[in-house]
Design a protein around this ligand. Sequence first.
Ligand code: SF4
Length: 474
Amino acid sequence: MLSLIDRRKLSRSAHDFIDENRLHSLLDLRVGPERLDDVIAKSMSKQPLSVDETAVLLAADRPEMVEKIYDAARRLKQDVYGNRIVLFAPLYVGNECTNDCQYCAFRRSNPDVVRRTLDEDELRQQVLALERKGHKRLILVFGEHPHYDADFIADCVRHVYATRTGRGEIRRLNINAAPLDHDGYRIVKEAGIGTYQIFQETYHHDTYRRVHPADTRKGNYLWRLDGVARAMEAECDDVGIGALFGLYDWRFEVLGLVAHALHLQKHYNVGPHTISFPRLRPALGVKLHETHLVGDKDFKRLVAIIRLAVPYTGMILTAREPAEIRRAVLGFGVSQIDAGSRIELGGYTEVGDAQVMEREQFELGDIRSLDVVMRELLVDGYIPSFCTACYRLGRTGEHFMEFAIPGFIRNFCTPNALTTLMEYLVDYASPETRKAGEEAVRRELEKLPEGERKNQLRDRLRRIAESDERDLYF
Ligand code: SF4
C-alpha cells in the first residue's frame, strides 16, 4: 500500500500526538471571566499557551469575552510584531500530483484541470515578472509527484535566486511541497531555502482518511504529521504548519495546530516559524461539504485565538481571503500576507485580470495588485516590509528566538522594514503609493528614539533614495 512508510525514515520524535478524545473533551469546556483573564495574562506575558489554555479561549464565546480576546490579540500583535506586515508572493511551479485530495482541483482524478510544470525559462519569466513588480520574497508551490523530488526543488530554488533584473532580486524563497525524508530536506536546505511549509490540512483522523485516499502518499497521516520534524532534524530550522479550515470543526483544528507547535517546541526547543490558516475555497470539480465551513465571525475568532496561543509564531493570511476580510483580521495578529498573487501556472505573464479556474488549485479571494495592497496597508498605518535579514544572517529557528527579545523590533525589524519599503517606493511604487509611503517613513522615523541606530537608518534611507545602493539591512 503506497501509504506504508519505512519507520526508520521518520524523525526521532515521530508519534501521533493528536489525542482526539482529549481534544474533543476540551471543546465542552465552560469558562468564567476570571479563568479567561488568567489565560490572557499568560499570553500577554508572551508565553505560549497549552492546549488546555487555548481551549479556554475557544470556549469564551460570549460577546464581551470575544471582545476581550480581540483586544488582547491586537495588543500582543503590536507588542511582538509592531505594525509591520511582511509581504510575499506565491509561485506555482508544477501541478502534477499523485494524490487525490477531495478538496483540491489538482487532485489526480480531476480530468478538467490543465496539467503543467514550468520549464527553466518559463520559471525565469515568472520570477522576472514578480521582480519587476517589486517582490523580494516568494514561496514556490509544488504538487506531490516523483517529478518534484528534492533535486528538482533545489534546482528551481537555485534558478530563482540566480534570476535578477535591474534592482530586482528574490532574497528569500520559501517552499510549500510534499514531506521529504531527511536527505531530501538536506538537499533543499543546501540550495538556500527559507521556510519549508507542510499543512496537515486536518488533524481529525476520520476526516483526514475521508479526504485523502489510503492508496496515496498523502493518505499516510503520520508521515505528513512528522514532516516538519524531519525537516528540523535536517537543519531546515524554519518550518511552517497549517490547517485547511472547513474540513472539520475549526475549534478542533486550532487545538491540533497548537498541539503541533508545542510538540516541536518540546522536541526541538523551537516552535514553527509560521502558522497558516487558509479557509476552504471553491475549486474546479470540487464539491464543498458545508458542515464545517467557517463563517467570517468564527474566522476572526480563530485568528485572534491563534495569535494569543503562539505569541512568537508568524501568522500567514493569504489571498484566499477577500480583501475586506483581510483588512478586518490583519490587526488581530497577522504578520505576513501575499499580495499581487496569481496562482495559475504561468499566471504572472499569461493571464489577464480574470482568474482561470482550469489552471488554479482553488479560487483566490483577492487578486489586487501589490501596489494597491501596499497603499491600503500604508493608509491603515502598517509598514509593508520585504525584510529578509534574519534568514540571511542565520537568525533562524532557535537562534531567531534569542533575538525576539524586547528592543529587537526597534533596532532591527522596523529599520529593515523601512529600508525595504524605501526601495519599493523609489523603484516600483505608483505616485499615490510613493506619497503614502514617504509619509509612513516620516511617521515611523519620528517614533524611533534618537541615537546611533536612527542616524544609521536615516543615512541608509537617503542612500537608497539618492543612489543605486540597495539591500542595506541591519
Ligand atoms: S492538495 Fe496538494 S497533494 Fe493534494 S491533490 Fe492538491 S496538489 Fe496534490
